[in-house]
Design a protein around this ligand. Structure first.
Ligand code: SAM
Length: 342
């Protein structure tokens, strides 16, 4: 009997209804973290039961499907990605897409606490750049912001990453009355070590104890303050993410600004985000999501997964509408950043 030919899976790039090619997947591999940053998590977070998580093999399968459909950049994040057990197995297996040329970049965002242990292995897996989140260089303030963190460990992690040949970028959330007086110092320190610095506006994600309005510091103000003492020239440098950069003439380094609140960057959004339970968020600032865990668990072949991906991308919204407003004291989006990953 003649068998119907098996239809090959589409390799067509994923393009959303606004003509934006989806070429960047961020994957949160765990919602757990060894820190409890005050703007990110509440102190008594409830975490997901382990059985709800995708296995590392399942994460690899979804990531690889995205690579087949045009994703050129993968960022592993969390929670804290380096606290997920056996996480290096995922980096090792995803690195095959770097070797084949299907992927341009495999990278991660980390709080740096475990970097001393993993930096060399990451470099061996083809990771070239790493973003380390660090909001202050003052050990006491660091402890207050992260609730549980140890600055010395993070600084040792950054050193290990540099020694392994990884390019380190420092990400700092600008926090009113907390680190606003330190931003120049952070920049001097980072640029002195050849690291770029990206500043992030605090976003209204997840219910946390301190009021957002108390934390929010517009980067337009930070930039104006820096311009009083430094020459900032707009720079075309792009990493495929939302930051817009300036080169600081006096230090030679770059400062990036991620400004979801004061300047919405959605028009060029090329990103979607996968959570550790297999939920795909098409926008960090909207609730709509697609379940990719059911299709991968329903079938060993990827046809159902591809269909779910196509349907999801067809619903990618034009943009987010974050507002930090006295009249809207609740979070604009109920999910914490640790769910969708930064
Ligand atoms: N644990 C890793 C880390 O610390 O980089 C990765 C996950 S963390 C959620 C990613 C980034 O999101 C960090 O730079 C963190 O400072 C930032 N972040 C968390 N909550 C945020 C919020 N509400 N607004 C803006 N940035 C936030």
């Amino acid at each position: 009997m003649l068998q119907a030919p098996v239809k090959p899976l589409s390799r067509a790039p994923l393009t959303d209804p606004f003509g934006r090619d989806i070429s960047y997947l961020r994957i949160s591999v765990t919602d757990r973290c060894d820190f409890r940053c005050v703007y990110c998590m509440s102190e008594d977070m409830a975490f997901l039961p382990k059985r709800d998580l995708l296995t590392l093999e399942e994460i690899d399968r979804v990531a690889s499907a995205f690579v087949m459909r045009g994703t050129r950049k993968l960022r592993i994040t969390g929670g804290e990605p380096l606290v997920r057990r056996d996480i290096m197995n995922l980096f090792r297996s995803l690195s095959r897409h770097l070797a084949s040329g299907a992927l341009d970049e495999l990278t991660l965002t980390t709080n740096g606490s475990q970097l001393a242990r993993y930096a060399q292995e990451l470099a061996d897996c083809g990771v070239r750049r790493v973003n380390v989140s660090l909001d202050t260089l003052d050990p006491d303030k660091f402890r207050k912001i992260t609730r549980w963190g140890d600055l010395a460990k993070v600084l040792a992690g950054i050193e290990a990453a540099r020694a392994a040949g990884l390019r380190v970028k420092i990400n700092a959330v600008a926090l009113k009355g907390v680190n606003e007086d330190e931003i120049e110092g952070l920049m001097q320190w980072a640029h002195g070590l050849g690291m770029d610095l990206t500043l992030i506006e605090v976003m209204p994600l997840g219910e946390i104890e301190p009021a957002r309005l108390d934390q929010f510091l517009p980067l337009s103000l930070v930039r104006a303050r820096l311009m009083e003492r430094y020459t900032l020239d707009d720079d075309p440098y792009r990493t495929g993410g939302p930051a817009r950069y300036v080169r600081v003439a006096e230090t030679g380094g770059l400062v990036g600004f991620i400004t979801p609140m004061t300047h919405n960057f959605c028009e060029s959004c090329n990103r979607v985000r996968l959570t550790c339970t297999g939920t795909l968020y098409m926008c960090l600032g909207q609730e709509d999501a697609a379940d990719l865990r059911a299709p991968i668990r329903a079938s060993g072949d990827d046809a159902l997964l591809y269909r779910a991906m196509d349907e999801a991308i067809a619903r990618k919204p034009k943009g987010h509408d974050f507002v930090i407003d006295r009249r809207r004291p609740r979070a604009a989006v109920g999910r914490h950043m640790s769910v969708t990953g930064g």
